[in-house]
Design a protein around this ligand. Structure first.
Ligand SMILES: *Cc1c(COP(=O)(O)O)cnc(C)c1O
Length: 351
């Protein structure tokens, strides 16, 4: 569908396949019997995506007052969990189904604020996470000492519900399940084992094994125990495309470059992850080009970092339409839109 509409679009533009997202989210939901599913809004807060996801998730994880206000405006009835490593007093007072508390000091501030709250304590586990793209060590959450310091503080109005452990980013189902089993062996209260399900930008057709993960979590779950996950990227990444058009094709010192409309100020993902964003070239152009050659696709920014894909073998010519896939998460919303003051992309929704 995207390849049918892309040639007619003014470029650059983001296209979101809402029907595809709906089907994907339904399949994920179906693979998680008895497991609660939250969506981590920071992956992509686009209102149209949130409305589609709302039919399939139990709630949303927000990490700032801004995300809280945004989701509350789009979906006034949504259940929200408030996370984030450094919450302000105002953020601690936001109405929430759960507050993911990061430290004993934050818990004291929450109690001192006088609000009523249901808390998950965020754990920082030193676990083996070979293969993870990003392990969540560093400042996130608390170690065993922090946990022990929190336990005596709870009151009638600020209640301990369980623990939260966003374990790592970019793990496959068996690896993520192994980490979850460590947490769930130690905690029989409510657990949120986070997001971080792997997506592969080098093989866009592969998918996280939701069925294995769901069955594995269900097997670890104690009777009556609430087990929740909060994926971001693996839910929305596949539904987004960034459509652009080739302005120039040139060789510099033998290396072939295609310069396209837009760039990493719209789609920063390949720059942050250091990968080639997967793309398809639609032959809409008639200008000069190269045939079956390694090509580096760059945007319009005056910086050598504006690389969307590096040395990928393709045929490409001026006027061709380039459709970058896997642009539905950590793409537009993490990009530095105002750098160089180029026009903003269009946004289109396939239903
Ligand atoms: C970023 C984040 C997520 C989502 O991670 P993905 O890799 O997008 O699935 C979930 N929970 C927390 C606490 C996060 O910081």
């Amino acid at each position: 569908m995207i390849f049918e509409v892309a040639p007619a679009l003014e470029a650059p533009a983001f296209v979101y396949d809402l029907a595809g997202l709906d089907a994907h989210a339904a399949a994920v939901r179906a693979a998680l019997p008895g497991i609660e599913l939250y969506y981590a809004v920071k992956a992509n807060p686009d209102p149209a995506l949130l409305r589609v996801l709302d039919a399939h998730v139990d709630g949303f994880e927000v990490s700032s007052a801004g995300e809280h206000a945004h989701v509350s405006a789009v979906l006034p009835k949504a259940r929200l969990a408030v996370g984030g490593p450094g919450k302000t007093d105002a953020e601690l007072r936001l109405p929430a189904h759960r507050v993911h508390v990061e430290s004993p000091f934050e818990l004291r501030r929450l109690i001192g604020s006088g609000v009523s709250a249901d808390v998950l304590l965020r754990l920082n586990l030193r676990l083996e996470t070979t293969g993870a793209a990003l392990t969540m060590s560093g400042p996130f959450g608390m170690d065993a000492d922090g946990l022990a310091a929190c336990l005596p503080l709870f009151t009638d109005t600020v209640r301990l519900r369980g623990v939260h452990a966003h374990l790592a980013s970019g793990l496959d189902a068996p690896a993520l399940l192994e980490l979850a089993s460590v947490v769930m062996a130690q905690h029989d209260e409510e657990v949120n084992v986070g997001g971080g399900m792997a997506v592969s930008y080098t093989s866009p057709g592969s998918r996280f094994d939701w069925a294995a993960y769901g069955a594995g979590l269900d097997a670890l779950r104690r009777p009556g125990q609430v087990v929740r996950i909060e994926p971001g990227r693996a839910l929305t990444v596949y539904c987004g495309s960034y459509v652009t058009r080739v302005i120039d094709v040139r060789r510099v010192h033998g290396e072939a470059f295609a310069i396209v409309h837009g760039g990493t100020h719209h789609l920063r993902t390949p720059a942050t992850k250091g990968h080639s964003q997967p793309f398809t070239v639609l032959p809409t152009g008639t200008g000069p080009g190269v045939e079956d050659t390694p090509v580096t696709v760059v945007g319009q920014l005056c910086t050598p970092k504006d690389v969307l894909a590096c040395g990928v073998r393709t045929s490409i010519r001026v006027g061709d339409t380039v459709v970058f896939g896997m642009a539905g998460a950590y793409a537009w919303n993490i990009s530095h839109h105002d750098f160089l003051m180029h026009p903003k992309p269009g946004f289109h929704y396939l239903t």
